[in-house]
Design a protein around this ligand. Structure first.
Ligand SMILES: Nc1ncnc2c1ncn2[C@@H]1O[C@H](COP(=O)(O)OP(=O)(O)OP(=O)(O)O)[C@@H](O)[C@H]1O
Ligand SMILES: [Mg+2]
Length: 415
């Protein structure tokens, strides 16, 4: 009996051991499962993050696709024609000057507000050139931009021989109102809008304007009349307008129009389209000059050697009412010019600049500059290192021949 009991006890013990073992196994499994769950959960998070980034990437690709499609469309479509509006007609159509030649009468696209269109605006015509499709942004012509003098010319007033009175006048008309406008306000007068330099070729008009640019802190915008009409056929008026716009934007500034006779000559008849074009450019110039405030900080300077052919409208008060006459230099001024141009030249003892200046009656600054160069060349030809009086005498025959003074058989060869 006791043995049997013993066995039972054993069994019981075994049972409890077994159940103990089982419960610890369950525990382990549970922890395993928990771990697995955690692992899966973090995997889900990872995948979700991956999905989100893929969605973003997809978005990017879709956008790229859109862009490419648009590019492709643009590449395939025909170009529009650039034009400038000349006039808006009462019937809602417009006269434009197309960049490829003729003036056209065109319709205006329904999508555009016709009230926004103004003469002088830059627009795009549709492919067939039959209607205004778009208003183009106002852009300053690359040419106009290029006219702005970024680097000041290194000409100074001291590089000009003579012309003292003219320099004083320029300072008063152009430089003073820009640097000290209060002087004019106090006295209550309007300063001149600008000045016209007039005088024979080679007397230093362009040089003077360059010196004004070199000496003042204003933006200097310079252009040449003949270029306005020759290089930019059909665009002259627009360029003049943009020129003044640029000047206002960059004020204080000075506009310089060299050889203004190319656009400002009086016309007997305006028959050809070229003449009409010059006329339009001229009218634009006049209206721009009338339009700006004399007390404002834009001054206008022009030069011509043909004042006799200028349209009187240009010389009316309020426009170029100040004319600065530049004449031939007198003996003293010739000497000054000669000194300036021989500054860096090695001269020998025989050279008497005063005597040379005396003998150059009727010569301009440009002639004197030319004389020095010719004398230098003669010295080089002789194999000398200094220029002598003899070289100057030779150069003088060339310059005077050009002036129609003396006849010298040999002189013409080097001209
Ligand atoms: N008064 C002067 N002092 C010093 N140099 C001068 C003078 N006048 C003219 N020159 C010289 O002659 C050159 C030509 O002069 P400039 O170009 O100014 O003449 P211009 O009056 O503008 O002639 P154009 O009517 O033909 O345009 C100048 O670059 C300068 O070297
Ligand atoms: Mg000149």
């Amino acid at each position: 009996m006791s043995e049997f009991r013993e066995d039972e006890k054993d069994l019981e013990r075994e049972d409890s051991e077994l159940s103990q073992q089982e419960s610890s196994k369950e525990e382990i499994e549970k922890t395993n499962l928990r771990l697995r769950l955690k692992e899966l959960e973090s995997r889900i998070k990872l995948l979700e993050a991956e999905r989100a980034s893929l969605l973003i990437e997809r978005e990017h690709y879709l956008r790229d696709l859109e862009y490419m499609k648009r590019e492709l469309e643009q590449i395939k479509s025909a170009p529009l024609v650039e034009a400038t509006i000349i006039e808006i007609l009462d019937d809602g159509r417009a006269v434009v000057h197309s960049s490829n030649g003729p003036n056209l009468v065109v319709y205006v696209s329904q999508a555009l507000d016709i009230r926004k269109l103004k003469p002088g605006m830059r627009v795009a015509l549709n492919q067939r050139g039959s209607a205004i499709a778009e208003i183009l942004p106002k852009s300053q012509d690359v040419y106009v931009k290029a006219m702005e003098v970024i680097e000041r010319p290194n000409v100074r007033f001291k590089d000009i021989g003579g012309l003292k009175k003219q320099i004083e006048m320029l300072k008063e008309i152009v430089v003073l109102p820009l640097t000290n406008p209060d002087v004019f306000k106090k006295i209550g007068i309007e300063p001149p809008k600008g000045a016209l330099l007039s005088g024979p070729p080679g007397t230093g008009k362009t040089l003077l304007a360059k010196a004004v640019a070199g000496e003042s802190n204003a933006t200097f915008i310079s252009t040449v009349g003949s270029e306005l009409v020759q290089k930019f056929i059909g665009e002259g008026a627009r360029i003049v307008r943009e020129l003044f716009e640029l000047a206002k934007e960059k004020s204080p500034s000075i506009i310089f129009i060299d050889e203004i006779d190319a656009i400002g000559a009086k016309r007997v008849d305006v028959g050809t389209s070229g003449e009409r074009e010059v006329q339009r450019t001229f009218m634009q110039l006049i209206s721009e000059m009338d339009g700006f405030d004399p007390l404002g900080d834009v001054k206008i300077l022009a030069a011509t050697n043909r004042i006799d052919i200028l349209d009187p409208a240009l010389l009316r008060p309020g426009r170029f009412d100040r004319i600065i006459q530049i004449g031939y230099p007198n003996q003293e001024e010739r000497l000054e010019i000669l000194r300036i141009h021989t500054r860096g030249v090695s001269l020998d003892d025989t050279v008497d600049l005063e005597k040379i200046a005396r003998e150059l009656e009727g010569a301009t600054g440009a002639d004197i500059k030319n004389l020095v160069v010719e004398a230098g060349l003669a010295a080089i030809r002789r194999g000398a290192t200094r220029v002598s009086d003899q070289d100057f005498q030779y150069a003088k025959t060339i310059v005077l021949t050009r002036l129609g003074r003396t006849q010298n058989k040999n002189a013409g060869i080097f001209i």
